[in-house]
Design a protein. Structure first.
Length: 132
């Protein structure tokens, strides 16, 4: 076994390769953390306590197809198996008309615009939130 200077060539390559790998994963870790934070912020919008005070209030609902006014009619528990009063498990229904099922963004003064997937249920727009 013969040493080549203070660090052997194979060890030098390992250190350089290791340093390159660390440098390459740095931005990915930051991007992953940013994505996780963005996802957390989205789910923070989907809390029962954000909607409940606005029952009876008018919202502007927008999609690629246009803009409509609807009124938040109720915030309710999910059916069997749902957590009663669950902050992350509830349904919201609106009065008013939307052109069909799809993703709409609901906004009003003092309420951060929130996208929801809405379907027609008993003639009313309905969105279910079930974040486990």
């Amino acid at each position: 076994w013969r040493m080549q200077g203070p660090m052997s060539a194979p060890r030098r390559r390992a250190v350089i390769t290791g340093a390159a790998a660390v440098a390459a994963t740095g931005p990915m870790t930051t991007a992953t953390a940013s994505s996780a934070q963005a996802a957390k912020q989205q789910t923070d919008l989907l809390r029962r306590s954000r909607f409940t005070p606005h029952v009876g209030s008018t919202f502007t609902s927008t999609s690629a197809a246009g803009r409509w006014s609807v009124v938040l009619a109720s915030v309710a528990d999910l059916g069997p198996g749902g957590v009663a009063g669950g902050e992350k498990q509830f349904a919201v229904s609106f009065t008013g008309t939307l052109p069909g099922d799809g993703v709409y963004t609901f906004a009003r003064k003092g309420f951060t615009a929130t996208p929801l997937f809405v379907v027609a249920a008993r003639g009313r727009p309905l969105a279910v939130v079930n974040c486990l």
